[in-house]
Design a protein around this ligand. Structure first.
Ligand code: NDP
Length: 285
């Protein structure tokens, strides 16, 4: 392997350690951070994510409150819960784990979350603030990617940055954050022509498409920084990214592994947003 590994495990541990100290100091000022985690149904992957988030809260000193609702929960019931969490002073952040069952409209639920408790930064109010570049919360996964690029020491300003994927939770906000750092941005998607050639222009390539090991070494310019957001479970249960790790590591300068790359960073950024929400809501700092 020629590339250096950008370990989300290592970087996220550092961030969690800093947050732990901050939370101890906050407690001295009477501020206790609380995160409500809502899960509807019994999707196995969602359960894994929710457990990881609760565990991270417990480790650093954030109170977490789990609301595990049955698959049959109605949209009105979920809205009632969100509204009660909006007015619960112990809850600084509200996370509704996606995807929701088909009979519930995700947009309606996201829009019901008080933007000041929207620690995923999915509410249109926060999305707009990110667009402008004047935000309280950064979306967790793209923010985690930015931290990993920072860790590489590679300057973003002026570089060709290619983001593959344009979802509202990863691709689009990722492009915006790279733009705020003065990168030259190209966003690709399923209709992009000559994807390989476009990707090969990238000094920094971020892949978030949800297709196992799709990006091979032919997509990568020698020396590029490659960030793999994808999480795909193979039939043999192995977790792999959207990037063919072994062969791309031969040409890239830096590469993130899956697992242990962007995943743990997403959780660390959620913790960071929850701490920030608690501070902002306390009005003390
Ligand atoms: P979505 O399914 O919402 O979006 C996928 C995007 O990829 C779409 O914009 C789609 O294009 C594009 N795409 C799909 N196939 C191709 C292709 N062959 N060529 C080019 N573009 C393509 O996924 P998410 O953004 O939610 O997630 C992407 C991946 O990241 C998933 O594997 C997910 O599990 C993972 N993920 C990981 C997180 C982490 O913490 N590590 C957090 C969130 C997601 P179009 O718009 O044209 O359909």
């Amino acid at each position: 392997m020629g590339a250096e590994l950008l370990s989300g495990k290592v970087v996220s541990a550092k961030i969690r350690e800093e947050l732990k100290i901050e939370l101890i100091n906050m407690k001295k000022d009477g501020i206790i951070a609380g995160l409500a985690v809502v899960i509807v149904g019994d999707d196995a992957a969602s359960r894994v994510y929710v457990n990881a988030k609760k565990k991270a809260c417990a480790e650093i000193g954030i109170e977490s409150y789990e609301y595990a609702l049955s698959e049959e929960t109605s949209q009105a019931e979920l809205l009632d819960l969100v509204n009660s969490l909006n007015s619960n002073n112990k809850v600084n952040g509200i996370l509704v784990q996606l995807p929701l069952p088909k009979h519930i409209d995700e947009e309606t639920i996201i829009n019901a979350i008080n933007p000041s408790k929207d620690v995923d930064a999915f509410h249109p109010h926060n999305v707009g603030k990110i667009m402008i570049g004047n935000y309280d919360f950064l979306p967790c996964t793209p923010a985690g990617v930015m931290e990993l690029i920072k860790e590489s020491g590679v300057e973003i300003s002026g570089k060709e940055c290619v983001v593959v994927g344009r979802s509202n939770i990863v691709g689009k906000p990722q492009a915006m954050l790279l733009l705020h750092s003065n990168g030259t941005i190209t966003v690709c998607h399923s209709r992009t022509r000559d994807l390989k050639e476009v990707c090969r222009r990238a000094d920094i390539l971020v892949v978030a498409i949800g297709k196992a090991e799709f990006v091979t070494k032919e997509y990568v310019k020698p020396g590029a920084v490659v960030i793999d957001v994808g999480m795909n479970r193979l039939e043999n249960k192995k977790l792999v990214g959207d990037v063919a790790f072994e062969e791309v590591a031969e040409v890239a300068s830096y590469i993130t592994p899956v697992p242990g790359g962007v995943g743990p960073m997403t959780i660390a950024m959620l913790m960071k947003n929850t701490v920030k929400a608690a501070i902002l809501q306390s009005g003390k700092k």
